[in-house]
Design a protein around this ligand. Structure first.
Ligand SMILES: Cc1cc2nc3c(=O)[nH]c(=O)nc-3n(C[C@H](O)[C@H](O)[C@H](O)COP(=O)(O)OP(=O)(O)OC[C@H]3O[C@@H](n4cnc5c(N)ncnc54)[C@H](O)[C@@H]3O)c2cc1C
Length: 385
């Protein structure tokens, strides 16, 4: 009998298992894939010695110093700061749209204040935007929308932005400064050595069964678990009773090259609709400190697609939300089961948010009761300094 059986060795499952193990509980992790790490999984390509993120590029970033301190107890991070370029109409621009993008696109030389006025003059006055296109045009104007947002959105979501509700975007990041660092977060970097060592440390001394699908012996796993921690898809848990929640997926096409440097940046977006991929990744740029050691380079073309076996981005339109509400209702009635992580919560989470959620859930469940019967909550995060 285990105190906890954790389904899934992704970030949520690994952090949760680590914390309950540390608190002296008996825990087992089962994982249907043949590796730990979930979608953060990365490996060194033996031919080039470049660290490859199998399920898409993962840049660690967080505004929360305590999460940064926590993850740094499992790995050293380099000083990578994410910058993205985009190719549109045969030219390369800086993203998110910033003063350099605006000046280059309009062939101007505006100051920040002038750019703010200029953008105002470009945004149409749409009183209540009915769809994503109206909303985007009202925020950044038609020309920038057509050049940088429209084609990319069509490829990413496989539908015309006029068919998407306006609520999908609340804002579009437009900067009237030359700041081109993609994330605002104070803490960012890539784990030296990739993500696998982090998971190995998190799961050190935790019994683990790989290539083990929970649903093949569902009753057995439940019978040996005091508490089940489920990080798989929520609709699958309830046998799709109220229908399938929709996800958008990606197909990755990897190519090794004998070149030293293919594109000079880790991520190049392709905004035009007639280019079938949304971006090309060149992972050696994530690790400049070891770039000189690699043999050639690797590029990865990313093609958005529908693949239920690889759920990446939750669609979360109205029908999905309605279905989700039914699963959540059923979930709230499940006894001794913790549902956590992106698949079980049907939510796009960045890694730091998943760590935060897992610590919160583990803290809650480990919380003791003092003799007076009052709840004593456990602090799992290290102090800020
Ligand atoms: C393309 C892409 C790029 C991203 N880039 C970033 C980024 O740059 N920065 C960032 O902070 N975040 C990024 N993320 C988000 C990040 O991947 C997630 O926050 C994180 O992986 C979520 O961890 P998780 O444990 O919730 O889910 P997962 O990593 O999916 O782990 C769930 C695990 O459960 C296992 N499982 C499922 N069902 C079963 C079953 N029946 N039996 C046994 N095991 C099962 C799965 O195999 C999986 O290993 C990105 C996500 C995507 C899709």
């Amino acid at each position: 009998m285990y105190d906890f059986v954790v389904v899934g060795a992704g970030l949520f499952g690994a952090v949760f298992a680590h914390e309950v193990k540390k608190a002296g509980k008996k825990v087992l992790v089962i994982e249907k894939r043949d590796h730990i790490g979930g979608n953060c999984y990365s490996y060194d390509d033996p031919e080039t010695d470049i660290n490859i993120h199998k399920y898409g590029p993962h840049i660690f970033h967080t505004p929360d110093k305590r999460i940064w301190n926590y993850i740094n107890t499992f790995a050293d991070f380099n000083n990578y700061q994410h910058r993205v370029l985009t190719t549109a109409g045969g030219k390369v621009y800086s993203l998110p749209i910033n003063l350099a993008t605006i000046n280059q696109f309009y062939n101007l030389n505006l100051t920040p204040a002038e750019a703010a006025e200029f953008l105002k003059s470009k945004t149409s006055n749409i009183a209540s935007p009915q769809n994503l296109e109206d909303k985007a045009v009202s925020l950044i104007g038609r020309e920038l929308y057509e050049a940088f947002i429209k084609g990319y959105t069509i490829k990413q979501w496989n539908c015309d932005p006029v068919e998407l509700p306006a609520e999908v975007i609340t804002r579009l990041p437009v900067r009237t400064s030359y700041n081109d660092i993609y994330y605002h977060d104070n803490y960012q970097g890539m784990p030296v050595g990739g993500y696998e060592p982090i998971f190995e440390k998190l799961l050190e001394n935790v019994p683990l069964e790989l290539e083990t699908d929970f649903f093949e012996k569902r009753d057995y796993w439940k019978s040996v678990a005091g508490t089940l921690v489920y990080t798989g898809p929520i609709d699958r848990y309830f046998d799709y009773r109220w229908g399938n929640l929709r996800w958008r997926s990606c197909r990755f096409e990897m190519e090794r090259m004998s070149l030293n440097d293919y594109q000079g940046v880790s991520v190049m977006n392709y905004a035009d609709r007639d280019v079938p991929y949304t971006r090309i990744l060149e992972p050696k740029h994530f690790y400049r400190e070891r770039a000189h050691l690699s043999r050639g380079t690797v590029i990865i073309r990313e093609y958005p697609c529908d693949d239920p076996a690889q759920p990446y981005y939750p669609v979360r339109l109205k029908t999905d939300q309605e279905i989700l509400a039914k699963y959540q209702e059923a979930q709230s009635r499940e006894k001794d089961v913790v549902f956590g992580g992106r698949l079980a919560e049907y939510k796009y989470y960045d890694m730091w948010q998943v760590i935060s959620r897992a610590l919160e859930q583990a803290g809650k469940i480990l919380q003791g009761r003092s003799s007076s019967g009052r709840t004593k909550s456990r602090q799992l995060l290290p102090a800020e300094d």
